[in-house]
Design a binder for this molecule. Structure first.
Ligand code: NAP
Ligand code: 3JM
Length: 347
């Protein structure tokens, strides 16, 4: 990439997403001049690796964003609400991984394979929002189908990995699993019921309409990214005892007639999609065996819906910490540097 080097801050650097951010920046050879790793006072002073060097974690509260070009925020919505505007005011472009700004009309919500044109709006407030992990893999898989068949309705059930709820959630699932295998009682902490050897039909808080906030994020964000307020989305989000990778059973209804061969060809050539759809034992992708560690959105189990004349069913799997969070944010930052080089120009 023939772009100048920039100063980058990772906010929430000690977390599950922040750790993946560091790895993805390194893997993609992002043109980092100086890297600032930020977290709360709890972790300030700890040292983390980046490109073979130790970088000391600093306290976000005391950090001055002047001189930082791009900040990748993943420390929760409340932290973004407090600190992202002051980073932007200091001339830094913020790519925010939380739900804090996603629904604001003047903040672009971007998946580079789907709506890169929206990035132009970064200049409005100096903030670009990264969608929720479940939305990202859904829209990457559905974009080529929406372009051809015009989707009118999406029914989706998710099977979401515990790493989507952070480090403590992974620890809790593993501790419960160990305890149960040893014949001991499993204590609940983060989840209201046991997650080990179970499936929990609640992610995030309940809203007045009986859906959870995670479910409504998929409704709001899909409409905004597709620029289509008419598209109807009906999600059920479920937490399952998988460490990395979300899976989704997706059922779409379309305006135009659906041709399976055309759908398959569209998915096979779509950016960011790997079609893994063979009608034999194991001819489909899974979170643990295919998605974990990959940046791709895997699609399988493609078939015409026997209950609807213009319906199509598919199975969509992706790594929630990579394409669902860190990789998408870094891809946004790469595009900002390439296509909007004045973004966060602090150098
Ligand atoms: P995590 O493993 O629990 O890590 C949380 C991170 O935030 C840690 O680095 C923590 O630092 C930091 N932090 C917490 N409170 C802070 C504060 N007051 N000031 C500064 N830093 C603070 O969680 P995670 O899974 O990485 O997720 C972090 C956030 O990213 C989530 O809350 C969510 O908003 C967002 N996220 C987005 C997606 C997506 O779908 N795009 C997916 C997952 C997460 P300490 O070490 O100092 O505690
Ligand atoms: C994924 O602010 C918080 O407590 C974070 C909750 C959270 C979010 C969120 O709302 O930002 C946890 C995991 C997300 C997300 O990406 O929407």
């Amino acid at each position: 990439m023939a772009v100048k080097k920039v100063n980058v801050a990772v906010v929430g650097a000690t977390g599950a997403v922040g750790e993946t951010m560091r790895r993805v920046l390194e893997e993609r050879d992002f043109p980092v001049a100086e890297l600032h790793l930020l977290a709360s006072a709890r972790s300030a002073g700890a040292a983390l690796d980046f490109r073979g060097r130790r970088v000391v974690v600093a306290d976000l509260e005391k950090f001055d964003f002047a001189g930082t070009d791009i900040a990748l925020f993943s420390a929760g919505a409340a932290v973004s609400r407090r600190h992202a505007p002051r980073a932007a005011a200091a001339g830094c472009v913020v790519v925010d991984n939380t739900s804090c700004f996603r629904r604001d009309d003047d903040i672009p919500l971007v998946v580079p394979e789907v709506n890169p044109q929206a990035l132009a709006g970064h200049a409005n407030r100096g903030i670009v929002a990264n969608p929720n992990c479940s939305t990202i893999q859904l829209v990457v898989a559905l974009k080529p189908l929406h372009d051809r068949f015009r989707i009118t309705r999406i029914n989706v059930a998710t099977y979401q990995a515990v790493s989507g709820a952070g480090r403590r959630a992974v620890d809790e699932m593993l501790a419960q699993t160990r305890a149960l295998l040893d014949g001991r009682a499993a204590a609940n902490g983060m989840y209201p019921k046991r997650i080990a050897f179970n499936a929990l039909p609640q992610i995030d808080v309940f809203l007045d309409n009986g859906y959870t906030k995670e479910e409504m994020k998929m409704v709001w964000e899909t409409r905004k990214i597709f620029g289509d307020d008419a598209i109807r989305v009906n999600p059920t989000t479920v937490r399952v005892p998988v460490v990395h990778g979300h899976s989704e059973a997706v059922h779409i209804e379309c305006e135009r007639d659906v041709h399976l061969g055309e759908a398959r060809a569209a998915l096979a050539s779509a950016a960011g999609v790997t079609l893994m759809d063979e009608r034999r034992d194991g001819g489909w992708p899974t979170a643990a065996t295919d998605a974990d560690g990959s940046d791709e959105v895997f699609v399988g189990r493609l078939r015409k819906d026997i209950s609807h004349p213009r319906g199509l069913d598919l199975w969509v799997v992706s790594d929630n910490l990579r394409k669902g969070a860190a990789t998408n944010s870094v891809q946004i930052a790469e595009r900002l540097l390439r296509e909007h080089p004045a973004a966060g120009d602090c150098a």
